[in-house]
Design a binder for this molecule. Structure first.
Ligand SMILES: [Zn+2]
Length: 116
């Protein structure tokens, strides 16, 4: 049977992973905008399917920003609750962030929350 901690963990992971997706989506959208404005033709302006307009409507910048704020707040509240319920066991790990650079991270092996 799942207990409160497992459910909190699932809430935390769900919001955390969604936030990462949101972050990547916002970066990709900025790239698409930049690439289209650098494009030296009217391919997307004359597009009858309105691919670019539809993209901007579906992935509305302000909505994504609001969603990011809501989710960040939610994740932080869940994280606080987990901090009260989990007896963290911190482990350190080196992750590669470049060919010759790595970064040391610290997270709990039980709930995977990063140490602040
Ligand atoms: Zn923990």
């Amino acid at each position: 049977m799942t207990n409160e901690k497992d459910i909190l963990l699932n809430m935390y992971r769900t919001s955390y992973r969604f936030l990462i997706q949101l972050y990547e989506t916002r970066i990709n959208l900025a790239d698409i905008k930049r690439d289209i404005s650098n494009l030296d033709n009217n391919y997307f302006e004359e597009d009858k399917d309105h691919l670019y307009d539809n993209l901007l409507t579906i992935f509305d910048e302000l909505s994504l920003e609001e969603l990011t704020e809501l989710l960040t707040h939610y994740k932080n509240v869940v994280e606080d609750k987990l901090n009260n319920i989990c007896v963290h066991e911190w482990i350190y790990d080196d992750i590669d962030i470049g060919p010759e650079t790595s970064q040391r991270i610290c997270y709990c092996k039980l709930c995977e929350i990063s140490k602040k």
